[in-house]
Ligand binder design. Sequence first.
Ligand code: ASP
Length: 312
Amino acid sequence: MSASDSRPAWRLVIHGGAGMIERDRVSAGEDRAIRTALNHALETGTAVLAGGGAALDAVEAAVSALEDDPHFNAGHGSVFTWEGAIEMDAAVMDGRDRNAGAVSGVTATRNPVRLARAVMEESPHVFLSREGADLFSVRQGLPQVPPDYFETAERRRQLDELRARPESEHSALHLKYGTVGAVALDTAGNLAAATSTGGLTGKRWGRIGDSPLIGAGTYADNRACAVSATGAGEYFIRAGVAHEICARLRLLGGDARAVADAVMADVKALGGSGGVIVVTPRGEGIWSFNTPGMYRGEASPDGRSVALYGDD
Ligand code: ASP
């Protein structure tokens, strides 16, 4: 995607994960269903932005739509932990004042991104975890669902496959990262970012990835950009990816695509794979990934597009 010459009134970019996403690995039916889901999420966020709504509302709406779709590893369709539980992470950030909210290891909130926003707006904290976050969600009156709402047969199969293999082969089984995210610029010139995930299949010992960590998988700053990441979270944490992209743009300026590519090259040099989506105050919408494909889409007053593969 290339930058436009003049700033669009608004811009939305979304992702549904990166990885070994290649034409011969994705069935025709799956390809169609994923494109439909990405388009639906774009429409949901577009309805907010085109009506003059806030970037924060748009990223929450788009990520909620992706959480509701079983094809992605977030909300309904989240991956299983080693013990067969579902523990989800999410974060949201407002570029106006760098206010942020995040949750980790939540088990019953239908839309974890909404819980992250409630943490930001209704608590004095930025990051809540596990039982405390679940309790806060109930107290906030957010919709609660039983564990089987999140489960799908495909995620169960993936866990069974992982558990049947020696531990030395586990990282090679993480072929596709299905975390979801959105970044937006609204007509008032404000930026926001949101990310939501089930984490990694077979995660243990309370493992937390980059997605809910402000600065690693999620960041928004009106002075620079908004970023949401997906991939092998441990490397994104070590590289501080989302903040690194924003900080380089704020302090050094330059071409946003080149900056995102450079930070993703750094992730690769550490041994990590995945991708990022970025929106700038000038309305550029960018994605950068070092995997064969990434589920992604973007919308602006000029139109809407979705893509899955590297050559899409
Ligand atoms: N980044 C996520 C994590 O490490 C995984 C993903 O992108 O699907 O938890």
